[in-house]
Each structure stands twice: as C-alpha cells, then as structure tokens.
Design a protein around this ligand. Structure first.
Ligand code: 5GP
Ligand code: ZN
Length: 119
C-alpha cells in the first residue's frame, strides 16, 4: 500500500500531522524525532508505506540504497561531526523484539557531541 490512512508516519509525510522537516524528495521524507536521544536525531522514511524492514523486497533495493546514501549527507547537514572522531548511528528497529513502535519503515540517524540522553 502506498499510503496507509491509519499510519502516523504516512500522516506526517502528508502534512496531516506537523513535524520539523529535515529533507524531502520524490521518494523519501526526513523529520526530527519528537524525543531525541542526542543533539542530532532525525528519522528518514520512504514515502511508500512499508510496515518495516521485514517488508523489504529486492524491488526496494534502489529505495533502500537511496536512504543509505542520503543518511551520511543529511547527518553532516544536521550537525554531526566528521568521521572518525564524530560520526553518527543508523538504526532500523524491526518488529516487537527489534524494539519497533511505529509500523512504517524508518531509519533513525543519531549523532552529535556526547553525552547522549540514550544509546
Ligand atoms: P521506533 O521505536 O519505532 O524505532 O521509533 C519510533 C520513533 O518515532 C521514536 O523515536 C519516537 O520518538 C518517534 N515518534 C513517535 N511519534 C512521533 C511523532 O508524532 N512525531 C515525531 N517527530 N516523532 C515521533
Ligand atoms: Zn505509513
């Protein structure tokens, strides 16, 4: 399903629920996490509603590659320090045992000077 009307992140992508936007293009949307762990903490999501990384198929390889290549660029733009002394964390929680709470695939990008609130 391209859009799930009951999905929180689909509503954020559509602007029905406000968010602090970091980036948007035809395929993805990025916004600041409402409960940041660290000085930089944003979520990068596909506009396509995929419930989780467990729904990813070979046909999504381009989309997943796009997200993975955007993450370092956006991390730097948002204030992460350069590798190797700086850096960032990319996290994709998947399913209940994976700690996933919102069921629309999302990549956490977390970084900035420590200490962090979590992690
Ligand atoms: P998960 O635990 O599913 O990997 O992460 C979900 C993330 O979404 C959490 O870090 C949580 O703070 C964030 N989140 C939940 N609801 C909202 C919201 O309404 N707006 C924003 N910006 N972030 C949210
Ligand atoms: Zn969704």
């Amino acid at each position: 399903m391209r859009h799930d009307p009951n999905c929180l992140f689909c509503k954020i992508i559509d602007g029905q629920i406000p968010s602090r936007k970091v980036y948007e293009d035809e395929h993805v949307f990025a916004f600041h996490d409402i409960h940041p762990w660290a000085p930089v903490h944003f979520l990068l999501v596909p506009k396509l509603h995929l419930h989780s990384m467990a729904a990813v198929l070979p046909e999504h390889a381009g989309l997943m590659g796009h997200m993975m290549t955007l993450a370092p660029r956006l991390a730097m733009e948002q204030g992460c320090n350069p590798y190797p002394d700086g850096g960032f964390r990319v996290m994709v929680n998947t399913g209940t045992e994976g700690g996933q709470e919102v069921h629309h695939l999302h990549m956490h990008v977390i970084g900035g000077p420590r200490p962090w609130r979590k992690g």
